[in-house]
Write a new protein. Sequence first.
Length: 117
Amino acid sequence: MNAHRAALLGFAARLGLATPVVYFDNGFPGSGNKPRLDDLTRAIRMGRHRVVLLPGLWALSIDHATAQRDIDLLADAGCRRVHVLPPELRPARHASLVTRGPRPTGPRGPGIARSIL
């Protein structure tokens, strides 16, 4: 999991975002029990976060439809952007981070995430 954290921290820095806060639900895949996703959604509603970084949609669920519902949940809570790491920066699975701060600006080049929202 340290590889995920390092990749996402580095990616946040490349995007010019603040140091991320980690929301990590390891051990709950597919169970429907995602207490940290609930915490993240609550924090977004409270205005604490506007950007979510994920190593891949699988960090939310291995089922694409379920992952998309989670993305919709985050958007409905007020999340402005969900960025998925480009494949070349993804070390492995099961971590997600969120950041505070402004939306990234500047040229887009290799290694820039595709935005979900």
